[in-house]
Every structure is written in structure tokens, then in C-alpha cells.
Ligand binder design. Structure first.
Ligand SMILES: Cc1cc2nc3c(=O)[nH]c(=O)nc-3n(C[C@H](O)[C@H](O)[C@H](O)COP(=O)(O)OP(=O)(O)OC[C@H]3O[C@@H](n4cnc5c(N)ncnc54)[C@H](O)[C@@H]3O)c2cc1C
Ligand code: SF4
Length: 333
């Protein structure tokens, strides 16, 4: 049986109380939202904080509403709420779809959008029991001094494995962040770093409080596709978020393509404006986008699936993403 260590569980009702608790117990505390990732990780001995600060009972972290030209979603909203809310489905069906692809219904009922954004990176050699990791001699990310993915590596390259951030990045979302010392906001595309040890620009005493997404123009078409072994309860092996703006004649005014689940940071594919903007998504252009994406993606052995296969799937899923967008009635005008 995998046991939890002893800890004090705090249930603040207000955001300021939660932030004070995080400050007071700094170094020995973690926030917990749905706990669907944190609790298994604690059972595996990956984290052992003396204090947990529960977020779901805090009203300020809830709510899904339109305001000031944006859709604002509280960090403690469940993934089920995000996937089923009429405002999310009206404005951002691709986000609702991405949320609906996380794990299974029970986890989506319990897991939150904030927890998904702050999800720890994952690796074959890390997300294991303490017994398993000890037998291997641990690794850089926890208790050890070697990386089993990159021989001689000095940096953790565990994979960003959350489903909602790539599409939120493609939709130009920002997150609001609070601590006992103040508030700030950051675009999600600037939020992640390539460091698998801690891949977020988030201090340990800070909380993500809200996600804000600019309301889309009628020209915007977006899609999220996820490669996984089974059709349910599987983290992504590779995921692609694509957002394009198409004018009335079907010409692309903008393009944003994010590939995730390969390294610690979702990758924004560069150089696509030159290839695609001002052009229609014909087979040739889609192929050029697929080639450019392939060139910039180099999967690592951090997930137990062949890296060559994962790389070969990149252009396949770029094509599928365009097909999904072009199949929308609005996109074929
Ligand atoms: C069997 C299984 C399958 C899964 N499949 C998927 C999947 O397919 N796709 C996927 O994306 N995820 C998957 N997950 C992971 C997880 O369930 C989801 O990512 C979920 O959204 C996490 O949300 P949570 O509220 O439960 O986070 P928690 O477990 O409560 O927290 C996760 C991390 O985020 C921190 N945190 C939480 N909220 C905040 C906040 N507001 N501000 C700052 N830090 C915060 C916590 O301290 C912790 O480090 C799976 C989990 C399991 C057990
Ligand atoms: S990438 Fe290397 S250091 Fe990071 S979790 Fe995996 S084995 Fe450990």
C-alpha cells in the first residue's frame, strides 16, 4: 500500500488567508486544488510538504464569466465545468474539447484548470514509486544526481503533460497570479520554461488565480489534438494546438501552432507567419507547415514510447489539425 506522510491540511475560505499560509509555511507547504496529481505524487514520495493549503473552498478562485472583452475562468473551476460551460463552448470549443480529453470523468470532476496549468512535469523515471526509483538510483529531479533520459545530462527534460495549456497558449490566454506580496499577470506563452525540475515562472508562494482569454474574432478557428495510447485515462504522448484566423476568402490572417508533451515547455513553432499568412491552407501550404513543425520537434526518451514514432506523428497531427479546422462550417466559407 502507498501511504501518505503526515501533514496539516488548511482550508482557508478567502484568498488572502491562503496566501498568508503559503508565506508563513514557506518551504514546507504546497497548494492543493483537486489533488488528482499532487496526492499520487505524494504517495510516490515525490513531495512531502508539512502543510497543504486547499484552494477549492475559496470563492475568489471560482467563476466563469465574460468581462472587458475577455473570458475569465477561476483557477479552481473543475475541468468538467470548463468542458461543459456554455460560454467556453460558445467562444472556445477547442478549450472545452481539450478539457474533456483529460483523464476520465471522475478526475475531471475533481481536477481543476489551475491544477492542470501548474501540473508537474512527467517522466518515465520520475512518476514511479519510491521503491522503483530507489532501485534505479533516483534521478536529478528527485533525490539523485543523474538523468536517465539524457546520458550525462545536467538538466531535467521531463515532459510538460497537461492538456489545456497548449490550446490556451494558442488562444493568447494570460494567467493572473497572486501572492501575499501582490498580484501580477503573465501571458501563458511566457509562463513555461524548458526546465523540467520546475517549468513555470511561478514562485512557490504564488497562486494562479484566474485564466483570461481574449474573446475571439469571428475569423478565429482553433483545434486541439492529442496522441495517446488509449482513448481514455492517458496523458498525451504528443499534443498539437492550432489557431488560425481565416478571412472571408479563406486566406490565413494569422497562425499559432503549439506542440506539447515532448519536453518541459510547450513549443511555439516559429517561422509559420512567413509560410502561411496571406495564403490559403492548400495541401502545399499545410505540408510546408507540417515540415516546419517536424524540423522543430525532437522528442526525448522521457515517455515510454519510441521517440522516432512520436516524431513521425508530428506532421501527421499537423495535417489532422488543419483538416479539423477546414471541416468546420465557418472555416469553409
Ligand atoms: C490516472 C490519471 C490520468 C490523468 N490524465 C491526465 C491527462 O490526460 N491530461 C492531463 O492534463 N492531466 C492528467 N492527469 C493529471 C491531473 O489529473 C490533471 O492535470 C488535473 O487537471 C490536475 O488538477 P488538480 O486540481 O487535481 O491539481 P492538483 O493535483 O491539486 O495540483 C497539481 C499541482 O499544481 C499545484 N496547483 C494547483 N492549483 C494551483 C494554483 N491555483 N496555483 C498554483 N499552483 C497550483 C499543486 O501544488 C500541484 O503542484 C491525470 C491524473 C491521473 C491520476
Ligand atoms: S528527465 Fe532525467 S532528471 Fe528529469 S525526471 Fe526524467 S530522468 Fe529524472
Amino acid at each position: 500500500m502507498l501511504r501518505l506522510h503526515p501533514y496539516v491540511y488548511h482550508r482557508p475560505r478567502r484568498l488572502d488567508e491562503a496566501l498568508e499560509l503559503l508565506k508563513e509555511h514557506s518551504g514546507d507547504v504546497l497548494p492543493i486544488a483537486g489533488g488528482t496529481d499532487l496526492v499520487p505524487n505524494m504517495k510516490h514520495g515525490l513531495f512531502a510538504p508539512g502543510h497543504l493549503v486547499a484552494l477549492k473552498g475559496i470563492d475568489e478562485l471560482h467563476g466563469i464569466e465574460e468581462r472587458d472583452g475577455e473570458l475569465a475562468i477561476g483557477a479552481a473551476e473543475s475541468l468538467t465545468a470548463v468542458a461543459s460551460h456554455p460560454l467556453v463552448n460558445d467562444h472556445f470549443p477547442a478549450l472545452a474539447h481539450a478539457a474533456s480529453l483529460v483523464a476520465h470523468p471522475m478526475i475531471r470532476n475533481q481536477g481543476t484548470l489551475g491544477g492542470n496549468i501548474c501540473l508537474d512535469t512527467r517522466c518515465t523515471y520520475y512518476n514511479q514509486t519510491h521503491f522503483w526509483r530507489r532501485a534505479l538510483g533516483y534521478c536529478l529531479k528527485k533525490d539523485g544526481d543523474v538523468c536517465h533520459v539524457v546520458a550525462g545530462g545536467t538538466k531535467c527534460v521531463a515532459a510538460h503533460s497537461a492538456d489545456t495549456p497548449p490550446i490556451l497558449m494558442a488562444l493568447d490566454a494570460a494567467v493572473d497570479i497572486a501572492s501575499a506580496d501582490g498580484e501580477r499577470s503573465i501571458k501563458l506563452s511566457d509562463f513555461f520554461t524548458a526546465d523540467g525540475m520546475w517549468n513555470k515562472r511561478l514562485e512557490r508562494h504564488e497562486l494562479v488565480t484566474r485564466v483570461r482569454i481574449p474573446l475571439p474574432s469571428p475569423k478565429l478557428h482553433a483545434t486541439y489534438t492529442k496522441v495517446r495510447e488509449r482513448k481514455s485515462v492517458d496523458f498525451p504522448l504528443l499534443s498539437i494546438a492550432l489557431a488560425v484566423e481565416l478571412d472571408d476568402s479563406g486566406v490565413m490572417d494569422s497562425i499559432s501552432l503549439i506542440v506539447a508533451a515532448l519536453g518541459a515547455k510547450p513549443r511555439v513553432i516559429g517561422g509559420l507567419d512567413k509560410i502561411a499568412v496571406g495564403k490559403k491552407p492548400t495541401d502545399d501550404i499545410v505540408e510546408a507547415v507540417a515540415r516546419q513543425t517536424y524540423r522543430q520537434c525532437n522528442p526525448l526518451d522521457n515517455i515510454i514510447v519510441e521517440i522516432e514514432w512520436r516524431r513521425a506523428m508530428v506532421p501527421v497531427y499537423v495535417r489532422r489539425s488543419f483538416n479539423a479546422i477546414l471541416a468546420e462550417p465557418r472555416a469553409t466559407a
